[in-house]
Design a protein around this ligand. Structure first.
Ligand SMILES: CSCCC(=O)C(=O)COP(=O)(O)O
Ligand SMILES: [Zn+2]
Length: 210
């Protein structure tokens, strides 16, 4: 019997953790209509990622597969997320990244439309900015980029790479699409995702009141 090029036990543990975390996000309504995709680093060269087209609120172990850092399936005939390249480009670029989360919440999608013209959402003055790794005060600003949407993943990935060449960041919006957020592990990526969601909701509320 051939041996797998990754640790099967680690895959099972990652899949279980990922599925439990995704279920919480899905129960909040952040993964409508099979949207969204999620991944976790297995080892320096392999990533566990959701299979394309699955209902992300009802994932089972078989809905998580393995790809290499170029997004090629490993030891499976399943098709990984259509947006796999947006995950693997982050793992390939930053060895410290351990988890990438992508959701399509109402708040994220509305905000992406509203701020697409500006190209970013300016987040400043919020205590919750301290939720982002490396931030220690509310007296700072975070620019959350908003990229034009595309069905061409290499085009989108090139836009993300160009941004990462200029600024350090923990996430970005795609216009009319959703949010990508990441972190060193599942807990940190989830915290970043939740912080972006909350801060975007604040910005939308402020728009209504002004
Ligand atoms: C039905 S949502 C359209 C695709 C998308 O944006 C998404 O997040 C889910 O795609 P996947 O291939 O990862 O299921
Ligand atoms: Zn998507």
């Amino acid at each position: 019997m051939d041996t797998l090029p990754f640790d099967g036990g680690r895959l099972s543990r990652c899949a279980d953790d990922l599925i439990a975390g995704i279920r919480v996000l899905s129960e909040r309504g952040w993964t409508p209509a099979t949207s969204s995709n999620f991944s976790m680093r297995l080892d320096p060269g392999h990533v566990a990622i959701t299979v394309s087209g699955r209902d992300k609120g009802r994932l089972e172990r078989d809905d998580i597969m393995v790809v290499d850092l170029e997004g090629r399936p490993v030891a499976t005939s399943l098709r990984s997320s259509a947006e796999t390249l947006l995950h693997t480009q982050l793992y390939a670029r930053y060895p410290e990244i351990g988890c990438v989360l992508h959701t399509h919440s109402l708040v994220q999608t509305v905000a992406s439309r509203l701020f697409a013209g500006a190209g970013h959402v300016h987040l400043e003055g919020y205590e919750l900015l301290k939720a982002f790794h490396g931030n220690h005060t509310h007296e700072m600003a975070v620019e959350l980029p908003v990229l034009p949407n595309s069905q061409d993943m290499p085009v989108l990935a090139a836009q993300v790479d160009a941004l990462l060449d200029r600024q350090s960041m923990w996430g970005y919006l795609i216009d009319g699409h959703g949010l990508y957020a990441w972190g060193r592990d599942l807990a940190e990526a989830t915290r970043h995702l939740e912080a972006f969601e909350f801060l975007l909701a604040c910005e939308l509320e402020l728009r209504k009141l002004r």
